[in-house]
Design a protein around this ligand. Sequence first.
Ligand code: BG6
Length: 494
Amino acid sequence: MSSRIIPVEPFDYVVFGATGDLTKRKLIPALYYRFFDGQFDEQSRIIGVSRSPWDDAKMQEVARESVNAYVDESYRDAKTIDRFVSCFSYVPNDVMDQEGWAELSDKLRDDTNVTRAFYLAVAPNLFEPICNYLSKKNYWRPDARVVLEKPLGHDLESSVEINDAVARVFTEDQVYRIDHYLGKETVQNLLALRFANTMFEPIWNSAHIDHVQITVAESVGAGTRGYYDESGALRDMIQNHILQLLCLVAMEPPASDDANALRDEKLKVLRSLKPITNSDVARNSVRGQYRGVKSESTAVASYQDELPADKKGSLTETFVALKAEVENWRWAGVPFYIRTGKRLATRVSEIVIQFREVPHSIFDHAEGAPKSNKLVIRLQPDEGVKLFMMIKDPGPGGMRLREVNLNLSFADTFSERTPEAYERLLLDVVRGNQTLFMRRDELEAAWKWVDPIRDAWNASSEAPQPYTAGTWGPTGSIALIERDGRTWHEEGDY
Ligand code: BG6
């Protein structure tokens, strides 16, 4: 991989919220891999900012621990780690008061050849005060970039407020809103699959596709993250990650890979989503919450058991299934079934394109009816693409039809390590490439679609349907798709 690495100009990356989990688990390991591959060197600086009274030495120690804990052993090399951690420094700063700010401005280099980026991995209520400080001349430059981590609001209104506050300081071309799903290799591969091959595009429409399924299943629980109970699966996964996946599947071919060309097309999809409101909500949405399992061999706590005492009885959903529709010429009448949840049977993210049946079968007398083709794009784990198709079962004895799959397994095909999503995204900020970041209008269109679903749930007296940890969610989710004579794809090899 290193042969294709194009080094970036030196940068000053300021990370607000540097003592948090995201920095330790995701940002530092991602930066390390890029450093290891030679994409940047010690001329670049990573400046942690947070309230804790750390100093440079402590920040470097945490960076070292993070590399040792989260970077694959074969990439850990003592000398490289020493060089890497030397890029780190730290400024203790309660962003709500003045003191630490002067120290931060001293650390920033006043050199336009050094890219300047501010990463806000903090609670969204801090975006406004931080941006206000960053508007001062010691920090703000026309080419400075600001990176926003989720949650970007909890509904349309709060999201508009956040975006307005940021927009008072930074222009849209300086703003990088992270949706880490867009940084995943396999998600970017969706673009290659659709637009670098001729065979799919002519049949990528309602004439040939019966329906689409998007599943993002996690086997882990919601744990004790306070944020999750405020958010729930609809806001945590659907509003951002899954709608972005849906956009990449459903969008028209953009004129180029230019950031705005692509985002314009995604926006059109979001705006074409048929609203799910009031009476449709009961029919087209299912929410669930996991209950625990206790047997001789396993004990898995229920969501309720994981909650602190003051949150017991919470109606937060840990599972959502929806039937969405994109109302435009290409997709009229093609349902998009989407589901996501915690504590499901296994961890798997995939997109299934279910094609229509053959218009006329000549194999009435064959054993086994022809099944319609299916393209399964596996995003994680075991990344790859499978095309299910019918063949004649080899051998004599009449015509027997059998379903087989053409299997493009990334692990078998490529020897390179699959980069983590944040590797690509962090360095795209430095390069000034906004393609894989959400534009403001996309984010707001997504909230606009999601909010009425949440409102209807809040207004309803029904609680989320219970499902047992380790299963595929509540029975309502099965009913949602079976009612239409269709079935969730399960290959049996999960
Ligand atoms: C995050 C959500 O955005 O994505 C988490 O807040 C979720 O709840 C995570 O677990 C899933 O990401 P990935 O990359 O593990 O699929």
